[in-house]
Write a protein that binds this ligand. Structure first.
Ligand code: UGA
Length: 432
């Protein structure tokens, strides 16, 4: 099929590449001319495992191309996907101006029937607005259908999640676009759920909020584990084996961050409020998440006492493993708070150092270290802030010798407390 994706961020670019991989002909549109140039010359603006080969292979096969012209994209496809950012606003609601302007651009370019699919995460009832907008701005009065098709990919595992989805959700107002949407997704062999548009939009917010709730739940349990001498990993394993609960998203730590959960929770709380419901449960999820960081920082200050003039090594800057994304990263927040208390930092991340430098400017108080094993050099303590699996391979012997005293604060429970103690570490983790 001929498909167009508008927006080449994490969702748009990976979706476009995966659609091409299964044989569709895909045009990716972005209004950022520099980004389009980079993509046309074989560059990839984000780090996502497997994405570079996927893009290269499909561009070479003639199934994937990039343009900055929406008209070009609309003219050359039957289905147009919108995958543009929906950033948060200060009051917690989402800024839908990118969606609105893309809807107008599509409308202006449309001369024949198109299916316009929203993939961006949006509050319930956005589909109706998109349809109204297209109708109003389409001078050619072309026929169209609006579809909501939320995306469930995780950064760092995006290609895998897209190629092997748990489910595909298709929200429609009429049955007319259903057959074409089924055809788009047929090669992925996943269950397809067809709903009304509002339900599809709600499924996305409800799923992300539930996952965030799971994380806050286990983080709350971690507090009880610490107070009672239990081990949160054992509790998570024990409850996770119940198929009704499931083990995934039960890793206690510094709390969730990134460009999705925090924003989607606030947006869902806001839209619920507008619809007349006080979603206090989700407000508590937010509160627990914030408290988790406070509690971890308290562990650091309880142990190191005064942070002024202390040097701390930090492993991890990305908001999670396998990504270079630092948006609302708990690791960055941790660094900012340590710096505010007067500590100086030696930091490392396998992929996110360049992006982190835009937020945490290198200077006397912050040194970026290329080799993770050199981070501890001359430090008073080491902190694990992101769950990169490679940190488990840290040269612990070298780190122990380079630190003033072997102290490790493990915000992601990567190491085993007993082993660390046997190796002579003062080791503090979460919920153990
Ligand atoms: C999340 C959802 O998992 C995706 O399904 C969804 O498509 C995406 O948002 C989106 O809305 O676009 P993502 O934000 O990429 O994906 O990353 P997650 O793997 O969900 O992790 C989010 C945060 O939760 C990270 O900071 C991670 O460290 C934290 N986390 C995750 C935990 O603290 N514990 C866990 O057990 C799992």
């Amino acid at each position: 099929m001929k498909l167009t994706i508008i927006g080449t961020g994490y969702v748009g670019l990976v979706t476009g590449a995966c659609f091409a991989e299964v044989g569709h002909h895909v045009t990716c549109v972005d209004n950022n001319a520099e980004k389009v140039k980079l993509l046309q010359s074989g560059g990839i603006p984000i780090y996502e495992p497997g994405l570079d080969e996927l893009v290269a292979r499909n561009v070479a096969a003639g199934r994937l191309r990039f343009t900055h012209s929406t008209k070009d994209g609309v003219d050359n496809s039957d289905i147009v996907f919108i995958a543009v950012p929906t950033p948060p606003q200060p009051d917690g609601s989402v800024d839908l101006s990118f969606i609105e302007s893309v809807a107008r651009e599509i409308a202006a370019a449309m001369t024949s029937y198109k299916i316009v699919v929203d993939k961006s995460t949006v509050p319930v009832k956005t589909g109706d607005k998109v349809a109204e907008t297209i109708k109003r701005y389409c001078k050619a009065h072309a026929d169209f259908d609006v579809v909501s098709n939320p995306e469930f990919l995780r950064e760092g595992f995006a290609v895998e999640d897209l190629m092997k989805p748990d489910r595909i959700v298709i929200g429609v107002r009429t049955q007319r676009p259903v057959a074409a949407m089924r055809e788009v997704y047929a090669p992925f062999n996943a269950p397809i759920i067809v709903t009304d548009i509002n339900s599809a939009e709600l499924i996305k917010h409800a799923a992300n909020s539930f996952l965030a709730l799971k994380i806050s739940y286990i983080n709350a349990i971690s507090v009880i584990c610490e107070a009672s001498g239990a081990n949160v990993i054992e509790v998570a394993n024990g409850i996770g084996l119940d198929a009704r609960i499931g083990r995934r998203f039960l890793d206690a730590g510094l709390g969730f961050g990134g460009s999705c959960f925090p924003k989607d929770l606030s947006a869902f709380i806001k839209i619920s409020e507008q619809l007349g419901y006080d979603f206090a449960l989700l407000k508590e999820v937010q509160r627990i998440n914030a408290a988790q960081m406070d509690r971890f920082l308290k562990k650091i200050t309880d142990t190191l006492w005064v942070l002024k003039d202390k040097k701390i090594g930090v492993l991890g800057l990305a908001f999670k493993q396998n990504t270079d994304d630092v948006r609302l990263s708990p690791a960055i927040e941790l660094c900012q708070r340590l710096l505010k208390d007067g500590a100086s930092l030696r930091v490392h991340d396998p992929k996110a150092m360049d992006k982190a430098k835009d937020i945490l400017k290198p200077g006397p108080a912050i040194t970026y270290v290329e080799d993770m094993n050199a981070v501890a050099d001359g430090c008073d303590a080491l902190v694990v802030a992101t769950e990169w699996p490679v940190f488990k391979k840290l040269d612990l012997d070298r780190a122990r010798k380079s630190l003033t005293h072997p102290i490790l604060f493990d915000g992601r429970n990567l190491f085993d407390p007993q082993e660390m103690e046997q190796l002579g570490w003062i080791y503090k983790s979460v919920g153990r």
